[in-house]
Structure formats: C-alpha cells, structure tokens
Design a protein around this ligand. Structure first.
Ligand code: MTE
Ligand code: MO
Length: 388
C-alpha cells in the first residue's frame, strides 16, 4: 500500500466519508478489515474532548498518533510517534561512525557502509513510550519493520570479555543536566545487561519500513530492542561501551524509573526499577458503524509473550473474545476487533483486556500496584461511545 493510499484512507477516516470500492473480504489481510469499508463511519467517543487534535510532526516536538485512525499494520514513518529529550542531531552520513569500546578484546569502528555490508535482518517491532498515557488515548505508539544488523553479531566480533556485564548505548544527542549541584553536558544513553544485549532479536537498525531511518527516528542508526518500551531504542546511536558495573545515567536511574509498592519476598516495599519490558496492555482505539452494525477495534502491546486472548466487555455484559490479527508477529503490535451486534442507542462503556499464555491478565485500575510515578500505564482503559 503506497503512502498516497494511506493518506487517502486516513482522510476518509477523518472525514467519516465512504471509501469507494474497498470492501472488507475474507481473503484480504486482516488490517484491510481495519480500514473503513464503503458506508462505514466512526462512532464518536464521548471521552475525547472537543477540539482534541494531533499536531503534525515537528522537529524537536513530541508527536503522537490519533489512535482512532490507526488503519494499517505498519505505522507509516510520517505518522510514527516521536519522543526525544535532547533535540534531534543531524549526523552527516559520511562522518558517521559507530564505535564499540570497553571490556572487549577488539575495539571496533564501523561506517554506515560497513554496517550495511554485514548480514541484514528485518524484524517487526511495535512499541510505546514508557510515559504513554490515556489522556492522549495512548497515542505514543507505533509499529514498524526495522532493518539492520544483529547487535550480538557485532558484540561477538568485538569479543565481549567475561567481566563485561553491562552494555551502554550512547546517542549523539547531548543535553545540559544538573547532577548533584553540578552542571554537566551528557549524551542520551541507556544500558542493558549483556544477556539482554545478546538476544538475537536486538538489532542496530538503519532502515524503517524499508527506507533509510528518518532523522526523527534516529538517522542514520538506532538500537531496536523488540518487546521493550521505546526508551530502550537509542536513536542516533554512535557508541556502544561494555563495562563491569551498572550504568546509572538519567534515563536508567532517575527518569523512566517506575516507583511502585510491590511484594518483595513477602515484604511490601517501595521499589524503583528502570522501565524495560513492555507490560501486558490492550486498548480500544475506535468504534465504527456500517449498515447499523458496529465494530470495536483496538491494539495489544507486550514483551513478546504469546497471547491467550483479547476480550471486550460492553457495559456490564460478559467478556467476549475479539479477533486478533493472525498476521501479527511476536514483537509487533497486535490489532484486534470485535463485531458488536445489537448496540442500542445511548452511551456505552467499552473496555478490553488481554491475557497471555502464562495466565497473566491485564490489570484493572484498581488492581494496579500503587504507582505514583508516571511511567508504565498498562491498566485496562474503559472508553465511552455514543450510539445514535
Ligand atoms: N538518542 C535518543 N534516543 C532516544 C530518545 C532520546 O531522547 N534520545 N528517546 C527515547 C524515547 S523516551 C522513546 S519513547 C523513543 C521514541 O522513538 P521514536 O521517536 O522513534 O518513536 O526513543 C528513545 N530513544
Ligand atoms: Mo519515551
């Protein structure tokens, strides 16, 4: 599907007009059934305030998706959400080098061409910002095909030493920080345990949906850690360092740290931990109507653990199993829908919940641990719609 078509489709969704000639049929990919068919229209949410609108993508600004208009498995590079903390560095490709240093037998340096000459892998990964929130209807989210080289191939070539237990990833973007009453300039950086870094799905990506990575998303090279919150995916990646102790920079140890009250070996303790694997989460993104029948659509994100079910509850009715996109892959987002028969006029409350194969069920707000920090919002999210 070309970008042009996607734009048409979005316009159609936005204007609530019919898209001629595109019918949802059994033989079409699942996501085609997500797009509006002829005569299908959006049912208004009553929890979306008047005037709610998403600004176009702008350099240095946060950008989110209007989740009501998600209509394809891959989010286009133009729509994919954008978050960065120290602006967007422009890195001339000819000057670009990725360095591997620290506790390695052979420190290495790669140009972009050298990275591209290595074995290429592609992986679908959907992720959200660890700070995603329901008041923007979970719009800090996207799903793309990423192309690049496996991080573990590169680390094996460098020969990570036994003492090297922590791998730090530095971006080229720098920011002023005041740390313990000292003004410093620091690069954006995140780290992982070596065992996480050696997982074969982690890639050093230079392509997004088949084209070179756009500057907004970390050109020329970023890290992609499938199944982890967006913060792990270091953009403008220029330096990987292997060390023998924890890296404690701002985005590991201060921000993107979840404070919650949890059971620690039988003792209730206030716990602080860095945002890593995506918590099991689903959300309804839209309701549509066609010929008097209704369809509820949503997404699931998690850490890649296979799912058991996604269910939707309407008002105080029973949980009903939704259809999950069969073309989803382990680390992609999973889009789902439920056909809602017999919707009666008036306002209705709809909520989804996802269960994984380990029996973990998406928590309700009341079941969530006490969690004053603003990271990791994965509670069930009731939505309200008005049926006319
Ligand atoms: N170098 C760098 N990488 C970064 C960030 C950043 O500020 N600098 N922000 C992180 C955060 S918080 C998120 S949510 C994702 C967003 O990736 P995207 O803008 O491509 O969606 O990038 C991560 N990688
Ligand atoms: Mo983020």
């Amino acid at each position: 599907m070309s970008d042009e078509h996607q734009t048409d489709r979005r316009e159609v969704l936005k204007n609530g007009l019919a898209l001629g000639g595109v019918a949802a049929t059994a033989g079409m990919p699942f996501w085609s059934k997500l797009a509006l068919a002829q005569g299908e229209e959006l049912v208004p949410f009553t929890d979306v305030p008047d005037g709610y609108a998403v600004a176009p993508k702008a350099a240095d600004a946060t950008h989110f998706l209007d989740t009501r208009y998600i209509d394809s498995f891959y989010t286009s590079n133009d729509d994919f959400y954008v978050v960065q903390h120290y602006g967007q560095p422009q890195i001339p490709v000819d000057d670009y080098r990725l360095r591997i240093t620290g506790l390695v037998d052979r420190p290495l340096e790669f140009s972009l061409a050298e990275l591209k000459s290595r074995d290429k892998v592609e992986i679908d990964a959907g992720f959200e910002c660890g700070g995603n929130v329901h008041n923007i209807f979970h719009g800090l989210i996207g799903n793309a095909k990423w192309g690049g080289v496996r991080l573990n191939d590169v680390l094996r070539d460098a020969g990570a030493q036994d003492a090297g237990i922590e791998v730090v990833f530095y971006g080229a973007d720098m920011g002023a920080e005041n740390i313990r009453a000292t003004d410093v300039e620091q690069a954006f950086a995140r780290s992982m345990h070596i065992d996480d870094a050696m997982r074969s799905e982690v890639i050093i990506a230079y392509e997004m949906n088949g084209v070179p990575l756009p500057v907004y998303h970390g050109a020329p090279v970023r890290l992609i850690v499938p199944g982890w919150y967006g913060i792990a995916n270091v953009k403008w990646l220029e330096h990987i360092h292997v060390q023998d102790r924890r890296y404690m920079g701002r985005f590991m140890a201060r921000d993107y740290v979840t404070l919650s009250k949890i059971d620690v070996g039988g003792v209730e303790r206030w716990d602080e931990r860095s945002v890593t694997r995506i918590q099991l989460k689903s959300s309804i993104i839209r309701v549509t109507r066609r010929d008097g029948s209704h369809r509820i659509t949503g997404f699931v994100l998690n850490d890649g653990t296979p799912l058991e079910s996604v269910e939707v509850k309407i008002d105080n009715g029973p949980w009903r199993a939704a259809q999950i996109d069969p073309e989803s892959s382990q680390y992609s987002w999973k889009l789902f829908y439920l056909d809602w028969d017999g919707a009666t006029p008036g306002e209705h409350t709809l909520v989804s919940r996802v269960t994984d194969i380990n029996g973990k069920v998406q928590a309700t707000v009341d079941e969530m641990p006490e969690k004053p920090s603003r990271w990791e919002n994965y509670a069930q999210f009731p939505r309200t719609v008005m049926i006319s």
